[in-house]
Write a protein that binds this ligand. Structure first.
Ligand code: NAD
Length: 517
């Protein structure tokens, strides 16, 4: 087992000390409903992707454990919804404070468990804090509209009520931030929740649940932040089929979203789907190439290509293509690859050995379909799941460039007509993030217009990766259509009620209908 992690300040802390600080034991329960349940399922071991060594284990929960957690969440909801929204916001404000206190150990655990580099591990906890701060503000602004009634002496308005206990399914690559996108907003909205994290990252979920529960206890609040760790079908589908949960918010692959979407729709529940992307970035011949290079590099290599917003397709204008490719190859050659917890590392490992195999298969497929490797393409021979970031030039859109391979492969295509490249850019099934680098205002506006990028996120002179929480986050087409985080995404966590109130002495009917005896 790797015994030490480096803190950003340079002080060494043993893994055992780190786990102890966060309340992680060698073997942990896989279910929480206000207290930790004595789960009896198969042992799940979290593995450090930088070394291949085990970190700690979790006894997985069963369908019966899930049922118990769901009942507790229902009871918690019945109480929590009676708290005023600002008093719920106060609890979330304290959650932000507690997360500030634990930012460093929790950020390090994120890096240890999912392999993202330390500044991103810490950044992920910062995102939780930012979300909590944003949600505190929302707790005083859960506003409805009023509209003029067509009937005299009537008042008509909409109000938003808490929705119920909700289910939150998260992916391995944002093991705690995605919970916070959902949980902080759902909490101020008056919902309780059950979190089913990725089986690859159970420890960060346990640590987060412990932090959140302490805050609830301090406030005598009901247990609204619940957890279930278990099999995708036994536990995952118990959750998605459960009519007690009016909303399932699920983040992960398109295949998972298709299944979850079907199951939830079959019981007429609401689903919020945040699924895979296949994000394109256009560089025009009038672009600031230094800026574009930095944007492409972080977008394609950051998080070892394991972000939903990772840049996967690069469209280069013919006039700058040769120069840009040469600069990109040089930059790829200087990316420092290594242990995620080493502060000097820019690119950590892939999350599992299987992810490395999937990447290698995609590279072979790209070559067979006409692609040419410009840089990388190989595994790195050392313990852990390390690969070379890879650049592949392709002559046209290929079957493989229409898929999301969750790894640092960047496909490069050339173009000379903006209208044509926008059509090509949009011709993939996914629709999450997109970007154009240009200093020409007409090109920028063309990309952002209704006939431009068809993605949920479209940026100018910013890469595809690294969204801010203030806006609504999500994508179209196979990405699932969901929106989370800021703007008016809170509405998905509440139920809307339209109220019409008659303060007159007559009972006029709408649309002039007469019904007199
Ligand atoms: P995954 O689809 O393998 O798993 C995601 C989660 O879904 C896990 O918790 C898993 O246990 C659960 N799950 C799978 N099948 C289920 C079922 N039938 N019922 C209930 N739960 C089920 O994804 P992953 O490998 O963990 O994450 C990578 C994927 O997530 C990529 O496709 C990436 O683009 C996507 N992602 C999207 C966003 C976004 O906001 N759009 C954010 C992060 C990751």
């Amino acid at each position: 087992m790797s015994t030490h992690t480096q803190s950003p300040s340079g002080t060494d802390q043993s893994v055992a000390e780190l786990l102890a600080e966060l309340g992680i034991e060698a073997e942990n329960s896989g279910a929480f409903d206000g207290s930790w349940i004595d789960t009896k399922g198969e042992l799940l071991t979290a593995v450090n992707p930088s070394t291949g060594e085990p970190i700690a284990s979790v006894r997985q929960a069963s369908a019966a454990d899930y049922d118990r957690v769901a009942s507790a969440s229902q009871e918690a909801f019945a109480v929590w919804r009676t708290w005023t929204a600002p008093s719920r916001g106060e609890v979330v404000r304290q959650l932000a404070e507690e997360l500030r206190k634990y930012k460093e150990p929790l950020g390090r655990l994120v890096s240890l468990e999912c392999g993202k580099v330390l500044s991103e591990g810490l950044g992920e906890v910062q995102e939780m804090i930012d979300m909590a701060d944003l949600a505190v503000g929302m707790s005083r602004q859960l506003f409805g509209l009023t509209m003029h009634s067509e009937r005299p002496q009537h008042r008509m308005y909409e109000q938003w009520h808490p929705l119920g206990p909700i289910g939150i399914i998260t992916a391995f690559n944002f093991p705690v931030a995605v919970w916070a996108w959902n949980a902080t907003v759902a909490a101020v909205a008056g919902d309780s929740m059950i979190w089913k994290p990725s089986e690859i990252t159970p420890l960060t979920a346990i640590a987060t649940t412990r932090i959140a529960q302490r805050v609830l206890e301090r406030n005598d609040a009901p247990p609204i932040f619940n957890l279930i760790i278990g099999d995708r079908i036994e536990v995952g589908e118990s959750m998605t089929k459960d009519r007690r949960l009016p909303l399932i918010s699920a983040t992960g692959s398109v295949a998972m979203g298709r299944r979850v979407g079907e199951v939830v729709a079959s019981r007429l529940g609401r689903s919020l789907l945040e699924l895979g992307g296949n994000n394109g970035l256009l560089v025009m011949d009038d672009a600031d190439l230094d800026l574009a290079l930095a944007g492409v590099l972080f977008g394609a290599v950051g998080t070892a290509g394991q972000r939903c917003t990772t840049t996967r397709r690069l469209f280069l204008h013919k006039n700058i293509a040769e120069e840009f490719k040469a600069r990109l190859v040089k930059a790829y050659g200087s990316v420092r690859i290594g242990d995620a917890l080493d502060p000097n590392t820019l690119m950590g490992p892939l999350v599992t050995a299987k992810a490395v195999d999937v990447m290698m298969d995609a590279i072979e497929a790209a070559k067979a379909q006409g692609g040419k490797v410009l840089y990388g393409g190989k595994r790195i021979d050392r313990p852990g799941n390390f690969v070379e970031p890879t650049l592949i030039e392709v002559p046209e859109q290929l079957p493989i460039t229409c898929d999301e391979t969750f790894a640092p492969i960047l496909y490069i295509l050339e173009f000379d007509d903006l209208d044509e490249v926008i059509a090509l850019h949009n011709s993939v099934p996914q629709g999450l993030s997109s970007a154009i680098f240009t200093l020409n205002m007409r090109h920028a506006e063309r990309f952002l217009a209704a006939t431009g990028s068809d993605c949920g996120i479209a940026n100018v002179n910013i890469g595809t990766s690294g969204a801010e929480i203030g806006g609504a986050f999500g994508g179209e087409k196979d990405t699932g259509g969901g929106r989370e985080a800021g703007s008016d995404a809170w509405k998905l966590y509440m139920r809307r009620q339209t109220n019409t109130l008659n303060w007159g002495t007559e009972l006029p009917l709408a649309q002039g209908v007469e019904f007199n005896l």
